[in-house]
Design a protein around this ligand. Structure first.
Ligand code: NAP
Length: 406
């Protein structure tokens, strides 16, 4: 029987206990041994549970117990999660986590420490919840030179945008519905402003391109500026608007990273991904496009991914050095203005003929409102599109919306 500890007994932490209890046979088969949770750490006590006697509030109890081999973290936040991760790894305990904030901020440091100490640092649940994506990208797609990773990485915003697109609901009404259904938190800012998706694309980019990328260096736009009118134009065009996190290999081996609402053509694999579902599309030079699709959050899907990591760390406690990326290198980031881009613009104050002067070769969508035009530019760089938008505004145009195309 091998001993583990679970940090946090909220949605995911309690789910870990449930998965371990309900699917004990499958888990132990995968782990190759019996698995026992010796400690659960939380601020609160949870009386009345069959395992209430295992709760502790002092992390040093876990750290000082030499029989605890794996620590599974589901508390969230950067601290004390980072300190607990560092201390666990330093003491030769593997550390697994569902915490994207921790991995996006400190993944390189913790991977290096795990390598040095010969133990595992695993984080499958940190991106895509229950969708296996870290391990397949790292291992199965390993022989590819990855060109692009793009994904719908946040279920709350995808639910809101789906409502806006399919039912013409306003952003505010769709957000309130998401909150009533328990999909959106009372403070939904990390979701709707794109920060959650940003952390996840940074983790995926690190896996794909081998370097740490900090969320604060990634241009990030949320969905608060998307209107039902934009959704209607997208639908007329046969596509949709999705909040996309995208990392692309650009010129000189540099990486273009962004999070933004994007106009997604109907032909894209990501276009039909609706409601709270998530999807990650990886384009490799050998394999072509691969799509990972499923429930990107939720108690049991996320907990199952954590338990998968626990089983892997128990079965193979020695460090798997190939799951690794190096520290951040600012020279790896393609400046946003140099990134290739194609834009959707909704503009008032100028007619088509005037707009053609600023956006030559643009494709105009059928206008849904007098005095307003919606257009899609030919491929350009983001800097060129910025200049065109500035020139159109100087000539009396008003840019009502602007999103890149996927
Ligand atoms: N929920 C999901 O569907 C989902 C999906 C993928 C990834 N994740 C990630 O998984 C992590 C956990 O999410 P969650 O939804 O389970 O959060 P949660 O429901 O808020 O649970 C966190 C638990 O940890 C406790 N905790 C927090 N800080 C602590 C500390 N310093 N010491 C002791 N206990 C502490 C909290 O206690 P208090 O309540 O007293 O603060 C709470 O019981 C987050 O990083 C999240 O991003 C969640």
């Amino acid at each position: 029987m091998k001993q583990i500890a679970v940090l946090g007994h909220g949605v995911v932490g309690s789910g870990i206990m449930e998965v371990l209890e309900k699917n004990r046979v499958q888990v132990e088969e995968k782990a190759g041994c019996g698995v026992e949770v010796r400690y659960v750490l939380d601020r609160r006590a949870f009386p009345g549970l069959p395992y209430s006697d295992r709760f502790v509030t002092d992390f040093s109890v876990i750290l000082e117990d030499p029989e605890v081999e794996v620590v599974a973290e589901a508390m969230g936040g950067l601290e004390p999660a980072f300190t607990y991760a560092r201390e666990s790894l330093s003491r030769g305990k593997s550390f697994v986590t569902s915490n994207k904030e921790l991995v996006a901020a400190k993944g390189d440091v913790l991977l290096a420490l795990a390598r040095e100490k010969g133990v595992r640092f695993l984080f499958e649940a940190s991106v895509g919840g229950g969708i296996p994506v870290i391990e397949p990208i790292h291992r199965s797609l390993g022989p590819n030179r990855i060109q692009q990773v793009a994904g719908i990485l946040n279920g709350t915003t995808n639910f809101i945008l789906t409502k806006m697109l399919r039912e013409g609901t306003s952003f505010q009404d769709a957000l309130e519905l998401a909150q009533r259904l328990g999909y959106a938190e009372r403070d939904p800012s990390a979701d709707v402003e794109g920060h959650d998706a940003c952390r996840k694309i940074c983790i995926l980019a690190a896996l794909a391109f081998g370097r740490h990328f900090y969320p604060e260096d990634v241009p990030t736009r949320g969905i608060t500026g998307v209107t039902a009118r934009d959704a209607a134009y997208a639908a007329r065009w046969g596509g949709s608007i999705k909040l996309i996190g995208r990392a692309r290999r650009g010129s000189g081996g540099r990486v273009a990273l962004e999070v933004s609402p994007m106009l997604v053509p109907g032909s894209s694999l990501l276009s039909g991904v609706g409601d709270v579902y998530n999807a990650v599309q990886v384009t490799g030079d050998m394999t072509g496009d691969v799509l990972f699709y499923g429930r990107g959050a939720g108690k049991l899907p996320t907990a199952a991914a954590v338990v998968g990591d626990i089983a892997a760390a128990l079965r193979e406690p020695g460090n798997d050095c190939s799951l690794f990326w190096g520290p951040a290198d600012p020279a790896m980031l393609l400046p946003p203005e140099e990134a290739p881009s194609q834009g959707y613009f909704r503009v008032s104050g100028l007619d088509r003929e005037e707009l053609e002067l600023f956006f030559p070769g643009a494709f105009f969508l059928e206008s849904l409102e007098e005095g307003e035009e919606a257009l899609i530019t030919p491929p350009a760089t983001q800097g060129e599109l910025d200049a065109a938008a500035r020139a159109a505004e100087a000539a009396g145009g008003r840019i009502l919306s602007r999103f890149p195309l996927l």
